[in-house]
Ligand binder design. Sequence first.
Ligand SMILES: Nc1nc2c(ncn2[C@@H]2O[C@H](COP(=O)(O)OP(=O)(O)OP(=O)(O)O)[C@@H](O)[C@H]2O)c(=O)[nH]1
Ligand SMILES: [Mg+2]
Length: 202
Amino acid sequence: MKQYAPYDIKIFVTGPFQSGKTKLIHAIDPAAISIERPLPRPHRGETGTTTTGFDLGRVIWWRESDGKTGIIIPRAEMTSDMETSGILKHIELRGVPGMLHFKFVRDTMRANTDIVLLVVDSSDREMIEEAIAHLEEARAAFPGKSIKVIANKQDRNDAARPDEVAAWLGVERAIGMSTLDHQACRRVMAEILSTHARSAQN
Ligand SMILES: Nc1nc2c(ncn2[C@@H]2O[C@H](COP(=O)(O)OP(=O)(O)OP(=O)(O)O)[C@@H](O)[C@H]2O)c(=O)[nH]1
Ligand SMILES: [Mg+2]
C-alpha cells in the first residue's frame, strides 16, 4: 500500500471568514488542494468561494545550513542538489474554514500542529470581533503556543497597517502580507519557520 508522505513541520492556518487563508496556502504551494463551495452571496462586493472542508499545501523548506532563513519552494521545483546538500524539511500547511459554525471541522484538524497562523483581513474592521473569537479559539486549543497573526490584504488602499491590526487584536505583533505577491508569502513563511526552529532549539 502506498504510504502517506510524511511531513516534518505542520502549519495550521486559521482566521475569520474570507480573510485569505486559502489564497495564502495556494500562493505558497501552487499545487495545493482545497475543498470549497461558491459563496451563497457576494462578500463585500466579491463573488468567490468559501472553504467547507480544508486546504492542504505541501512545500519544501531548504536551508544551506542551520541558522539561515532559507527558501520555500514547491515540491515540483526541488532539485537533486537540494536533496544532497543543506537541510531540507517537508512542510505541511493545513487551512480550515473561517465560518465560525464550522468549528467542528477546525477541531478535527489540529493534531500535531507545530505553528499556528491567524490570517486577518486588514481592510475589514467589521471582522474584528470574529477575529478575536478565532484568536480565543486558537489560544484555547493550543495552550502556550505562540500564534502568529498575519495582517493580510496589505495591497488594498483601505488596509490598516500591521501594527494597527495587532492593536485591534491586542497582540504584540502582526506580520503584513498580500497573497497577490507569492514570492513575498514564501519569504515570510521561511522567516516564520526559521524563528520557530530557533525557539525550538532554546
Ligand atoms: N486584495 C486582496 N484580496 C485578497 C487577498 N487574499 C485574499 N483575497 C481575497 O479575499 C477573498 C477570500 O479569500 P480566501 O483565500 O478564499 O479566504 P479564506 O480565509 O480562505 O475564506 P473562508 O474559506 O471563507 O474562511 C477572495 O475574494 C480573495 O481573492 C489579498 O492579499 N489581497
Ligand atoms: Mg478558505
